[in-house]
Design a protein around this ligand. Structure first.
Ligand SMILES: [Zn+2]
Length: 329
């Protein structure tokens, strides 16, 4: 399983090395956890100003700040929110950074305190959060590719929440249990095969013909951006499995995902939603689940597989008891 013929590997393509601003350090090296930088600007946000793209816990954390500061740096390892992947958070020196977004080609860091313009600071990621994003984002590529190959189901959207990753597949009915098992088995085969993950960046105007050449890649399942839509187009390739335009952060090898498990299947606005975890987050979720299971096994004095039947029986008895206590209700 070698690299595809003629494709550049690992290092950013020439257009990126020329210093295009839209390509952050995070996109050039997803494993970079910190860097030194100069503070270029620091501006107080208006009292009611909040970033439009911030949601959930991040939005709550930003709201809880008495004052918010928008800081730009000479260089940053932060990934700004985009393409389905949430923003990184971390620290600029001793100042906490809660959110990062791209505005006009620059990355704006939303922080808890001000920094002096011109100061040198250490920019440091919350690595646990980024690592979860890298593993599950790459997991999404693998799951989407295998679901397309097995079921001809395109991925219509995906979302990386704080505790779970969701992929919305364009299919009318949820898969049967055997089909889901086959999907998981194929995915985990791909992980064990240590497939190489690499990024390639080409000129968006197709001046060298690379964009149209890569758009016709045999593993490309979606459409490539229109010629001229972006100055540079970045593709992500998983050896022999997937090839898609994507700006996010990924792991180097599918083996770094360890295992992927679909945890829930549901119908969502005309799609079928598969919720999954992989890697470190799956491991910690399994630890929590086993702890809950051990506690219930002890309290109910039964085996794990007897729990659903036992709980159902007890709830029935409880319901009957309540109905007898409240006659006529
Ligand atoms: Zn991606």
């Amino acid at each position: 399983m070698g690299g595809q013929d003629g494709y550049k590997d690992e290092k950013p393509a020439a257009a990126v090395q020329e210093g295009h601003e839209a390509f952050s350090l995070a996109q050039q090296n997803s494993y970079l956890q910190k860097n030194m930088a100069k503070v270029l600007s620091c501006e107080a946000a208006a009292a009611s100003e909040l970033p439009a793209a911030a949601v959930g816990e991040t939005l709550e954390r930003l709201r809880a700040l008495e004052k918010r500061w928008k800081i730009s740096l000479s260089e940053t390892c932060f990934y700004p929110i985009g393409g389905g992947q949430p923003s990184d958070c971390g620290w600029l020196g001793n100042v906490s950074c809660i959110f990062a977004e791209e505005c006009g080609g620059k990355i704006v860091h939303w922080c808890s305190e001000a920094l002096d313009v011109g100061a040198e600071v250490e920019v440091k990621l919350d690595w646990d959060r980024r690592w979860y994003h890298m593993q599950c984002h790459t997991g999404q590529h693998v799951l989407s590719a295998v679901a397309f190959d097995l079921w001809n189901a395109p991925t219509n959207s995906w979302d990386l929440a704080a505790d779970m990753c969701h992929v919305d597949l364009g299919m009318a009915q949820p898969p049967k249990a055997e089909a889901l098992s086959e999907l998981e088995a194929r995915i985990n085969d791909c992980l064990r095969e240590s497939r190489h993950v690499r990024t390639l960046a080409v000129k968006g105007d197709n001046a060298d013909g690379e964009l149209s050449r890569l758009a016709a890649h045999p593993q490309a399942r979606g459409s490539a951006p229109a010629i001229g839509a972006f100055p540079i187009v970045r593709f992500v390739e998983i050896d022999g499995l997937d090839f898609n335009p994507c700006g996010g952060t990924h792991v180097r090898s599918s083996a770094e995902l360890q295992t992927l498990k679909v945890l829930a299947v549901s119908k969502d606005r005309g799609n079928v939603r598969l919720s999954f975890l992989c890697g470190s987050k799956l491991f910690s979720r399994m630890t929590e689940m086993l702890s809950v299971e051990a506690s219930l096994v002890k309290q109910l004095s039964c085996r794990p597989n007897e729990m659903p039947g036992l709980v159902e029986k007890r709830l029935k008895v409880e319901g009957q008891g309540q109905a007898e206590e409240k006659p006529g209700v």
